[in-house]
Design a protein around this ligand. Structure first.
Ligand code: SAH
Length: 399
């Protein structure tokens, strides 16, 4: 039996938990001092010891753990996890049956009932991300459940709680037949090279699938496209396949050059006809400004936080400034794709940043369309922060 500890919820937070809020926060509980070992099962009670919900203790950037059930009799054994994972797989049935898209999210943390863990599918390979040490204490039950339910070539994992940011076990192999990397997956018919054995980022961020499709089908044709924070160049590949005149990909990381060349090449795009630049984006903006370069479309998808030699970027604080620099190098009637995965603010605040940026440069713009998470990234209404992705297509208007 796992250790079970009672946590008393402060009165003003009781209704949140009763109505399905899943995150255990520091301020909601009065006796955190009673738990010290991550993975401990915790029972939320009110001041009169009345049961509210149960979950587990596990620290991550978002909080102190997650509610897993509102049934006092629930035990977190393999059958519990197996039911959750089965339901999640059932929910993605149509993804499994689509030969054009062979990579998607199978299990989305609290959206599928278990905060702190996600599972992704890459053409028969399953990848588990553990976001805190608490949920990792349930790894045997979760992996065993997946092995029982799913047809898999192999299972890999990423321990995202490694606090030094380094993976001791680079390979991250769990079970099955080891893959030969890269493996190739498809997204709406486009190939991606995936490396499950090279640290946390495996080659593509699946949550941007619909945005990439829109860029290819509705925006790219005949356009010059600047893709900033480009990583493996996924947006550039879709833009090129959509008929862009030319793409320019800018990313600070050395690996981005060979990775972007690879993504272009496996999709039969001549990478030499594209620009791939390894440089700090902020430095590139200065260069582009000096040279009076402009682009018909600029894609902005920065990390929520990033530190380079000269810059610390925080989406919550600095997105407006990033946009101001972008507006300056966007052609009249050009499109800015403003994206953020920062969960600390919502769409309303994001739009206020966009409006502020245009106002401060005396620019005019029009909202064209918006995107959020695709349906395989299942979210729940009681936890809007879980719906972190915000993508806005903006047209810069002349004058
Ligand atoms: N937009 C990408 C994902 C971005 S991941 C995609 O759709 O696939 C964030 C990337 O930003 C990383 O590759 C990182 O190297 C890069 N990065 C972080 N700070 C940067 C900076 N100041 N200039 C350029 N690239 C930066």
């Amino acid at each position: 039996m796992r250790q079970e500890i009672r946590l008393t919820v402060k009165p003003k937070f009781i209704n949140d938990y009763k109505s399905g809020f899943p995150l255990l926060t520091k301020e909601a509980i009065s006796n955190w001092k009673d738990v010290n070992s991550e993975g401990t099962v915790v029972k939320l009670v009110d001041n009169n010891h009345k049961f509210i919900a149960k979950g587990y203790y596990g620290k991550q950037n978002k909080g102190y753990g997650w509610v897993l059930s509102r049934n006092d009799n629930e035990s977190f054994d393999q059958s519990f996890f197996q039911r959750k994972i089965s339901a999640a797989i059932e929910h993605r049935k149509r993804y499994y049956n689509n030969p054009d898209t062979t990579a998607f999210r199978v299990f989305n943390g609290e959206g599928d009932g278990i905060g702190g863990v996600t599972i992704e599918y890459f053409d028969g390979y399953y990848l588990i991300h553990w976001y805190n040490k608490g949920i990792y204490q349930f790894k045997d039950e979760i992996i065993q459940s997946l092995q029982t339910i799913a047809d898999y070539k192999a299972i890999y994992q990423k321990k995202r709680f490694a606090t030094d940011g380094k993976y001791i076990d680079e390979d991250d192999f769990v079970t099955g037949k080891k893959g030969q990397f890269p493996i190739f997956v498809k997204e709406n018919g486009v190939q991606f090279a995936i490396y499950l054995n090279e640290g946390a980022m495996v080659g593509v961020f699946l949550d941007q699938r619909e945005v990439r499709k829109a860029i290819r089908e509705k925006y790219a044709k005949g356009k010059t496209v600047l893709n900033t924070f480009s990583y493996t160049g996924a947006f550039s590949v879709f833009a090129a396949l959509g008929g862009a005149k030319k793409t320019t990909s800018v990313d600070l990381a050395n690996r981005s050059l060979s990775k972007t060349i690879e993504q272009f090449s496996i999709n039969k795009i001549d990478y030499e006809a594209q620009d791939i630049i390894v440089e700090d984006v902020f430095h590139y903006f200065k260069y582009a400004g000096k040279k009076n370069l402009t682009f018909d479309m600029v894609i902005l998808d920065p990390p929520s936080f990033a530190r380079s030699k000269k810059h610390t970027f925080s989406a919550a604080k600095d997105y407006t400034d990033l946009l101001k620099e972008t507006i300056a190098i966007t052609a009249d009637d050009g499109i800015i794709v403003a994206s953020t995965n920062c969960s600390s603010f919502g769409m309303k605040k994001f739009k206020s940043m966009i409006e502020k940026a245009f106002k401060e440069v005396n620019g005019r713009f029009k909202y064209i369309e918006e995107y959020s998470l695709p349906s395989d990234f299942k979210t729940i209404k009681s936890f809007p922060e879980g719906n972190y992705l915000k993508v806005v297509f903006i047209q810069k208007i002349k004058g």
